[in-house]
Design a protein around this ligand. Structure first.
Ligand code: ZN
Length: 442
């Protein structure tokens, strides 16, 4: 579509004449209306917004290193500005017209890079896009995970928790009324969560994304698997058409589709991430994932349910929760066959009060602490063999959640009710929510 605002001062008749002329001259004339860059540990991604699909040519030049993009019959609508903070190997951008049919965009690079490029179809947020990925030599070997693989042979190792901040880069996630972007607040919460987990003895966290860039959904759980994580926690913020809806929720993967229409809609919008972020889902992979899931993984599913229940219990103690039970939905990033996986919708970004809270450090830290308590309760009740927690469980604690009774707590830690009472000097049956109980090992 031609943006009429550019032509506003001109008379209507002239606009129509101009449009006819443009259309007859060049059917595929495309305008470049936007430009963004994102740098992740492995590559720099440049995105050009186009109002039409167009043909393009891409090549590199040396001395100095440059990437040249020639777009057929195109023009620039607004000047291209480089966001230096996210620019990775790109140090500058220029453009011009080597001939009247070609728009040439030149990226200056700090070093040589390998290229990958593709066109993306329009989504709700974006028009057609040309995506150019630059893989620089210095970052080619770099993986976000190399430093953080759980050494399963090391005695008394830490449990490793992969903390996944949803969305990122090209994919902003849900957007609040005040323009708060899900991708920003969930990254802040994920960083707080990593801090809180790392402060716990016997626990370590690793982030699946460390900045404002997009990681495909399947890659997120692959990062957790490669790191041999004991748990995968994906952090999101919810959105709903009714602004009054609020509260946090915890989800696990449903075996067969979603458990409710609400959960299905939510899964659809979260899974659409890959379409926005730049990777189309392959049905074949999806089928493989579901086969793998069915083959083995009832133990993983059981563990996911348990840890989700523990996190929900901890959230109930410190924030408003949306529902009283763990939700089930067909989330792509929870499909790891062997790493227990949960997704936390921290709050509704569509609710004005919660949108504000999501941006506040106090709420972000409260959320991080609550999730950490839930995770800690889970690992102390089911420690993986060979971990520090398994060896040091004598000191373990359980924080009483709403719905807990002495009986259920004794049960889940496999100790007798009498022992639990003696150690904690409890006479009656009343235990207060939030109280810390000592859980003896044997
Ligand atoms: Zn999300």
């Amino acid at each position: 579509m031609y943006k009429l605002k550019v032509l506003e001062p001109v008379s209507k008749r002239l606009i129509i004449a101009t449009l006819l002329l443009l259309t007859s001259l060049q059917v595929w004339a495309a305008q470049v209306s936007g430009f963004r860059v994102w740098a992740d540990p492995a590559k720099t991604r440049a995105v050009l917004d186009l109002d039409h699909k167009t043909s393009y040519k891409l090549f590199t030049l040396q001395n100095p290193h440059r990437v040249v993009v020639d777009l057929k019959g195109s023009s620039i609508e607004t000047p291209l500005e480089l966001d230096k903070e996210h620019a990775g190997v790109i140090t500058g951008v220029r453009y011009g017209q080597p001939d009247k049919d070609t728009l040439r965009v030149v990226f200056d690079l700090s070093e040589s890079a390998e290229l990958k490029s593709f066109l993306l179809d329009p989504t709700a947020q974006y028009s057609h896009r040309l995506v150019i990925d630059l893989f620089a030599k210095s970052s080619r070997q770099k993986s976000s995970m190399t430093k953080h693989v759980a050494d399963i042979s090391k005695p008394n190792r830490d449990v490793l928790i992969a903390v996944d901040a949803g969305h990122g880069g090209e994919d902003p996630g849900a957007i609040g009324k005040k323009k708060t972007r899900e991708k920003d607040v969930v990254l802040q919460i994920a960083r707080e969560l990593k801090k809180a987990i790392d402060a716990e003895p016997g626990m370590q966290a690793v982030l699946t994304r460390k900045g404002d860039y997009y990681v495909p959904l399947r890659e997120r759980y692959e990062i957790a698997r490669k790191a041999r994580a004991d748990l995968f926690v994906s952090i999101h913020a919810d959105a709903f058409s009714k602004r009054s809806v609020r509260g946090s929720s915890v989800f696990v993967l449903s075996a067969r589709g979603a458990s409710s229409e609400f959960a299905r809609l939510l899964a659809d919008s979260e899974n659409a991430s890959d379409l926005v972020g730049g990777v189309t889902l392959s049905d074949k992979d999806d089928m493989l994932a579901s086969v793998l899931l069915d083959l083995s993984q009832s133990a993983t599913r059981e563990a996911s349910n348990k840890v989700a229940g523990d996190i929900l219990g901890a959230l109930k103690r410190s924030v408003k929760t949306h529902k009283n039970h763990v939700g089930r939905a067909n989330f792509m990033m929870l499909k790891s066959p062997d790493v227990p996986s949960v997704l936390v919708e921290t709050a509704f970004i569509s609710n004005p009060g919660e949108e504000k809270r999501l941006t506040e450090k106090e709420f972000q830290q409260r959320m991080a602490r609550a999730i950490t308590h839930g995770v800690r309760n889970y690992f102390y009740s089911s420690p993986p063999p060979g971990t520090w927690i398994a060896a040091n469980r004598a000191d373990s604690r359980h924080i009483v959640a709403r719905g807990d009774t002495l009986g259920t707590i004794a049960n889940r830690y496999h100790i007798s009710l009498a022992r639990l009472r003696t150690v904690n000097k409890i006479r009656g049956d009343v235990i207060h929510v939030g109280r810390e109980l000592i859980i003896p090992t044997s």
